[in-house]
Design a protein. Structure first.
Lengths: 367, 547
């Protein structure tokens, strides 16, 4: 089973914290990969928050093709950061030849474009770039302002060593980091298929199994051009989040009503039964099933977690004054917030969303 | 010796032969009295007994006249194999036996010069049913645990009514961050996923109809299962229309529009809305044919409810409109939606056909959102009366057609917007829960069933030519007859109890199927939970082949 975690802090934090958070939960996964998405970037990216950053693992050829596509579209590179790697023998990692983070300025005609227009452009470009996946020339995990993604196949500890992520520095930091250590349940390890998944400012990761995967996929495929791939059932969670929050523009609590609707009996007893029933009707195919815990990040960098309707997967939220940590297992939180008051830890139930806004106030929303 | 006339009808020409054991018969006459088809009759036979009492042959003989029971030799009063004589005989002296050498299909046509009519279902079974080649093969075991059928709660409801796409929902976010409704949506009712199919009050005896209505009310009010029954064409008793039980009924209108006059007149007196309206365009058992109620069944109360004289009542095969059928159907939809002020969902029932997907696509794309359900009826559906040639040879199996319609909706991202309801031989083997469950996995929101309901009440007909005499008005168990003596054979309370018990058993069985795949809501579209042991079926239905 995968283990998932997230850190949100007032201060910029280094990915080594995410590695620590995940390492103590090591027995729960098979060490077949590590992935993380960082939002609200510090360090070298801090000055470029408004410009999109490409996160990509690729071959030399893939890099060239990607850059050509971006240049042809009118993007101008303003920053490139290639993490220094240490390819010691014996490391369990199947890395691509290059891992690059490049920040671009928008094409000239888009300088005055609205936020929406820019966001659609970024998605289109990313979808174009995803064509590189076909012959494994490259994997574009995100192309978005103030967001970077790192995914690799191998032992998370060795991935950390390879990218020198165990040594904290001020260059590569963020206020929100979500991370996952992988338990591979597919026979083939698909590079892309490690959550967190990212789409237009939204990140989602989950541990569990979505037995309504097929239903979700069949529905989502036609809902939005960005809903593609479906390499993992966790993508379904992301796409539903994106659809409910961004496309339908409904408040986040309705995401919970969509993926784990209340029973008809419970709906009947509510004042908002008319709306809840309509949601259950119209979005029946986005319901999820099976054991799951989801962690999500919204475009405004708020963080949340919720569970399946039967709470078959655990999750715990721990906090201090300036940091909140969400984790599959409490031992992860103990590792990075050893001095916290554990009495304030929250073990979310199956009918709530635990939401952490920008002021770091932890809210529990009853579904 | 009499001259033999080879064209005379003899029991050997008929589908059933009566086995009669004179030595056990006490001549009580019960069988003759009970046979509603007059297929057996008392007769006196001349018998000769020869004996000898001396040491060497010295034959003596005696003639006597003995009363016996004999099978009628007629294509009018032929034995239907219903077995009522056997049931009633206290001495096991009589029973029908299937005659594999029957010439019935030929001689009936030769002698009558008319097509053969009967009730029941398709009687040509050539191979195993597709549904029996499908199993629920995805069992939750490790990472996603299965549920406990006894202890978990299950949400077993299906929608009836037009469902809007998420973007069409008339919602606005209010100042508290809550969604509020700012416009109209079509009405949707969440009901039990098995609808008691449309059997008219003319086709059924009033006692049977009462039994179904009673069972429906009991299931709703005492068992908490929101089961709906559909009236069938021909209206409903006024008392029911004006009662609060109307909310459990779906009113049907078919091409003959029988009974609607009365319904329209009753509208101002209705205290509840009906559960829905079902416009019948076609029927799986006899696609392309309208309804048929033979004159012998048009009893006085039927004449009153339908507002017709005693005559054969034939509904035309189509809903006629000035311009086109589509236009008239659309008008009907609009007028029925309007008649109940858009509070009652209106659905359509069609016979499965090679063209069903195009029809469905048209409806799914309709911009007015007026179609609240697509009821698809396959070739194995039952009927009270039809031409045998239609029953056996026209129509389309339901399984692949339902799947096609679902996948057509999926291709447009419109699954669920027009709920799909399937029928046509479901529960034929007696196990409706399994059939319904598999149909749901293939994309149905629910199923409807008629023939099986009759079988619950005691119908002895089957798909191998037994009985199937519903068209004659002589139903031996009082289900499809308007003859008072026959109708009284049916105990409505017992029939209702059987229906209720069957539904309770089925409800349990649904849970036993939902639990192992870990579903607490109905498995609509979960084709990933199915596997097929037949390659062609697997490929056609897009499910996993296993062997
Ligand atoms: S089986 Fe039925 S139809 Fe045939 S003789 Fe007996 S009662 Fe009559
Ligand atoms: S028993 Fe009655 S309902 Fe059943 S097949 Fe015979 S006539 Fe029809």
């Amino acid at each position: 089973m995968c283990r998932i975690g997230a850190i949100k802090s007032r201060n910029y934090i280094h990915p080594s914290q995410a590695l620590l958070l995940m390492q103590s939960q090591q027995k729960g996964h098979d060490n077949s990969g590590f992935a993380m998405v960082m939002h609200d970037l510090g360090g070298i990216f801090e000055g470029y928050k408004h410009l999109p950053t490409l996160s990509m693992a690729c071959t030399d050829e893939g890099l060239k093709i990607a850059e050509d596509i971006l240049h042809a579209a009118g993007f101008q590179r303003v920053l490139q950061w290639v993490p220094e790697t240490e390819n010691r023998p014996g490391l369990d990692i199947i890395a691509m030849p290059n891992y690059v983070f490049e920040t671009f300025d928008y094409p000239r005609p888009y300088k005055k474009a609205s936020k929406e227009e820019k966001e659609e452009l970024l998605l289109d470009i990313r979808l174009t770039l995803r064509a590189l996946e076909e012959d494994e020339k490259g994997f574009v995990y995100s192309f978005w302002p103030d967001v970077v993604t790192l995914k690799e196949i191998g032992d998370p500890r060795d991935i950390g060593t390879y990218f020198k992520l165990w040594e904290p520095d001020d260059n590569f930091t963020a206020r929100v980091i979500t991370a996952q250590c992988r338990q591979n349940t597919n026979y083939d390890i698909v590079r892309y298929a490690a959550h967190p998944f990212f789409l237009q400012g939204y990140t989602a990761l989950a541990n569990g199994e979505n037995t309504f995967y097929l239903k979700n996929v069949e529905m989502q495929r036609e809902l939005h051009r960005g809903y593609i791939g479906f390499e993992s059932d966790s993508q379904c969670f992301l796409y539903s989040l994106h659809y409910v929050h961004r496309e339908l523009k409904w408040p986040l609590i309705y995401y919970k009503h969509v993926i784990t609707p209340l029973s008809f009996e419970d709906i009947e007893m509510r004042d908002d039964r008319e709306q809840l029933l309509a949601i259950r009707q119209s979005l029946a195919h986005l319901e999820i099933n099976g054991p799951n815990t989801i962690i999500g990040v919204l475009p405004d960098n708020s963080l949340f977690t919720c569970c399946d309707a039967k709470k078959l997967r655990p999750v715990v939220v721990g906090r201090t004054e300036d940091t909140v940590v969400v984790s599959s297992e409490v031992c992860g939180i103990n590792e990075i917030l050893p001095g916290r008051n554990w009495e304030t830890d929250i073990y979310p139930d199956e009918r709530e969303i635990v939401f952490i806004g920008d002021n770091l106030e932890v809210q529990r929303w009853k579904q | 010796m009499e001259a033999m006339r080879v064209n005379d009808v003899t029991p050997n020409d008929l589908p059933w032969k009566i086995r009669y054991d004179a030595s056990r018969c006490t001549l009580c006459g019960s069988c003759v009295a009970a046979c509603s088809f007059r297929a057996i009759e008392p007769k006196v036979e001349r018998r000769r007994l020869v004996w000898s009492e001396s040491d060497y042959p010295e034959p003596k003989q005696r003639f006597s006249a003995v009363p016996v029971i004999r099978q009628a030799r007629s294509i009018q009063n032929y034995c239907r194999g219903c077995g009522i004589c056997e049931k009633i005989c206290p001495n096991d002296a009589i029973k029908p036996e299937r005659n594999p050498d029957t010439r019935h299909p030929i001689i009936t046509r030769c002698l009558g010069g008319d097509s053969i009519k009967r009730g029941g279902r398709k009687n040509l079974e050539s191979n195993t049913r597709t549904l029996d080649k499908i199993r629920v093969g995805r069992i939750s075991q490790m990472t996603d645990p299965s549920l406990d059928a006894q202890r978990h709660t299950f949400d077993m409801l299906a929608p009836f009514g037009r469902i809007l796409s998420p973007k069409q929902l008339p919602f606005q976010v209010d100042e508290n961050g809550k969604l509020k409704t700012v416009g109209q949506s079509p009405p949707v009712r969440w009901i039990y996923p098995v609808i008691i199919g449309d059997m008219s009050i003319g086709a059924l005896s009033w006692r049977m109809w009462e039994a179904v209505a009673m069972a429906t009310a009991y299931l709703n009010e005492e068992c908490g299962l929101p089961v709906r029954m559909c009236s069938g064409e021909g209206g409903m008793p006024l008392r029911l229309l004006k009662s609060r039980y109307l909310k459990y009924s779906i009113l049907q209108i078919a091409s003959g529009h029988f009974g609607w006059n009365r319904i329209v007149k009753a509208m101002p007196h209705m205290v509840e809305d009906p559960a829905g309206v079902l416009i019948k365009i076609g029927q799986g058992a006899k696609p392309g044919d309208g309804g048929l109620l033979m004159a012998q069944k048009v009893a006085e109360h039927i004449q009153a409810i339908r507002g017709v004289p005693k005559a054969d009542l034939l509904s035309p095969p189509n809903h006629q409109g000035l311009y086109s059928i589509e236009e008239s159907v659309q008008k009907m939809f609009l007028s029925f939606n309007a008649a109940f002020k858009f509070r009652v969902p209106v659905a359509i029932k069609v016979a499965a056909s090679a063209t069903s997907v195009s029809v469905f696509n048209n409806l799914v794309r309709d911009p007015y959102n007026i179609v609240g359900g697509f009821f698809l009826d396959g070739i194995d559906g039952g009927t009270g009366a039809a031409h045998e040639v239609s029953l056996d040879h026209t129509g389309h199996p339901i399984v692949s057609k339902l799947r096609d319609c679902y996948l057509a909706a999926v291709a447009q991202g419109r699954q669920g917007q027009i709920p799909l309801w399937a029928a046509g031989g479901l529960g034929k083997t007696g196990d409706l829960a399994a059939d319904a469950f598999k149909m749901m996995c293939l994309g149905a929101n629910g199923v409807f069933t008629g023939k099986l309901i009759l079988q619950m009440a005691g119908c002895v007909g089957n798909d191998m030519g037994r009985c199937n005499a519903c068209n004659t008005g002589l139903c031996p168990v009082g289900i499809t007859t308007q003859e008072p003596q026959l109708a009284h054979r049916l105990d409505p309370e017992k029939a209702a109890q059987n229906i209720v018990n069957y539904f309770l058993a089925m409800d349990q069985e649904f849970k036993k199927l939902m639990a192992p795949i870990g579903n607490s809501s109905l498995p609509v579209g979960r084709s990933d939970a199915l596997v097929a042991t037949d390659k062609a079926a697997a490929e056609r239905l897009q499910i996993q082949y296993v062997c």
